[in-house]
Design a protein around this ligand. Structure first.
Ligand SMILES: NC(=O)c1ccc[n+]([C@@H]2O[C@H](COP(=O)([O-])OP(=O)(O)OC[C@H]3O[C@@H](n4cnc5c(N)ncnc54)[C@H](O)[C@@H]3O)[C@@H](O)[C@H]2O)c1
Length: 440
């Protein structure tokens, strides 16, 4: 089977490499020439555990190819996946310009009845709009008689565990309209089926909606727990205990109950905005999700507020070590990361920032042109700092040498944005600990 994946980012590269690993002949297409040339030379553009090996192995086995030239490969494919970005536009709608650009290119060159599958996260109805765009271009060159199918196959992988998630997903959701499309998608996913997981077929609109609804539910759990945590702080309860107590109820489940400094990343913020906008356009107010977004925006300020309150607002000229920049561990993705909100507030208040991240330092430089010091390790970041603030829970931050930190820091506050430290433990080393959802 031969497929193309258009858009070689987190989703496109991981999907392409994993399909190749299952024996499919995959061509990954991107407009970014530097990225494609790099990949041909074994340079993986993103940090994602396990990805490099799979890409190199399948490229060497000649099952994985890279090109910037979609028209030249298009008609030798059975399936073309669209996996380009769908960022927010100024109103919060999903910006579909990249998706439609691919549709136009397909329409200009398609002459075999291939299946066009949308993997990008898109508003309900987009796959049909893609079909219209393709047809429009076909009509312009008198090729409108050609019959082709569209399908929706939203992606649920998590950055940081993307390869693992793609190779053994909880489920694969596929929206189709025709038997032909269903059969092709069944054939493509059959190797994964051997691993005993489910492909859930449905209509295209429901498939597109499933992706938004899933992300919206996860974001809701996070904002809900952040609200509970903030109330715990005020009433003297400990959210860590509350979380355990709640999570052991099988109706609730233990996942996604961790309070923190707000959700970020390339998906939740933009998808929540897009679904709110979709509601607006449909004449329906998404009340819960509006609150989810509002709580999240507030929560992103919580680390700065705790730091500032500890020093009674007298923070100008102080130095802070920031551990963790990416929006979550095991990724270099900085899109909408809570660390950005924190660092911008610190800089605005005249605080010196010494930051360290195991993978995202290069990416961070694209977002933070301002004057911050990029440290070589956690101790360098803490050197002569008045406080440590931890927005991201990388494993290597869990057991630092507190004795060294005690010596090299000027004063001894730890603002723990992910509740990875124990307050009594830190107190025994002479540190004041401020977590989320525990009384200060
Ligand atoms: N990142 C995630 O964890 C994740 C998870 C599930 C779903 N998604 C969804 O998948 C989609 C892609 O996300 P991503 O994080 O992989 O994006 P990304 O920004 O990492 O990658 C997008 C790629 O598409 C390329 N591109 C843009 N226009 C193109 C064109 N006309 N032709 C060829 N390539 C083009 C870009 O150069 C870029 O390399 C989005 O809709 C996102 O919401 C992302």
């Amino acid at each position: 089977m031969k497929i193309a994946v258009v858009g070689t980012g987190y989703v496109g590269l991981v999907s392409g490499a994993c399909f190749a690993e299952m024996g499919v002949d995959v061509t990954c297409v991107d407009i970014d020439n530097e990225k494609i040339e790099g990949l041909k030379n074994g340079v993986i553009p993103i940090y994602e555990p396990g990805l490099k090996n799979i890409v190199l192995r399948n490229y060497e086995a000649d099952r994985l190819h890279f090109t910037t030239d979609l028209p030249s490969v298009l008609n030798s494919m059975e399936i073309v996946f669209i996996a380009v970005g769908t960022p927010s536009d100024e109103q919060g709608n999903a910006d579909l310009s990249y998706v439609f650009e691919v549709a136009r290119t397909i329409g200009d060159h398609i002459d075999t009845p291939l299946l066009i599958v949308t993997k990008s996260t898109v508003p309900v109805g987009t796959s049909f709009r893609i079909r219209e765009k393709v047809k429009e271009r076909m009509r312009l060159r008198g090729a409108e008689d050609l019959d082709f199918d569209v399908a929706s196959n939203p992606e649920f992988l998590k950055e940081g565990a993307a390869v693992e998630d793609f190779m053994s997903p909880d489920r694969v959701v596929v929206g189709v309209e025709t038997e032909r499309a269903r059969n092709l998608m069944t054939r493509l996913y059959r190797p994964f089926l051997l691993n005993n997981f489910r492909v859930i077929f449905m209509d295209i609109l429901s498939s597109e909606m499933t992706k938004y609804a899933s992300n919206a539910m996860l974001a809701t759990r996070i904002s809900f727990m952040n609200d509970i945590a903030n109330l715990c702080e005020r009433l003297g309860a400990d959210v860590n205990m509350v979380r355990r107590g709640m999570g052991s109820d099988s109706r609730i489940g233990k996942y996604f109950l961790y309070p923190g400094c707000g959700y970020g990343g390339s998906c939740f913020p933009k998808d929540i905005r897009a679904i709110i906008q979709a509601g607006e356009e449909a004449g329906y107010e998404m009340g819960v999700l509006k609150a989810v977004e509002e709580v999240n925006n507030r929560q992103k300020g919580i680390l700065f507020d705790k730091f500032s309150r500890y020093f009674q607002g007298d923070i100008k000229g102080k130095t802070v070590g920031v551990w963790g920049l990416s929006f979550k561990p095991e990724t270099d993705d900085m899109r909408d990361a809570p660390s950005l909100t924190l660092i911008r507030s610190l800089l605005k208040a005249g605080v010196n920032v010494r930051a360290y991240d195991p993978a995202a330092m290069k990416e961070a430089r694209k977002y933070l042109q301002e004057d911050i010091y990029y440290a070589t390790d956690i101790y360098d970041a803490a050197n002569e700092a008045d406080a440590l603030i931890v927005p991201t829970e990388w494993k290597e931050f869990r057991l630092p040498n507190w004795n060294i930190l005690k010596k090299i820091m000027r004063s001894h506050l730890v603002v723990d944005g992910r509740n990875i430290y124990n307050r009594e433990d830190l107190a025994s080393y002479g540190f004041d600990h401020q977590g989320i959802g525990q009384k200060d």
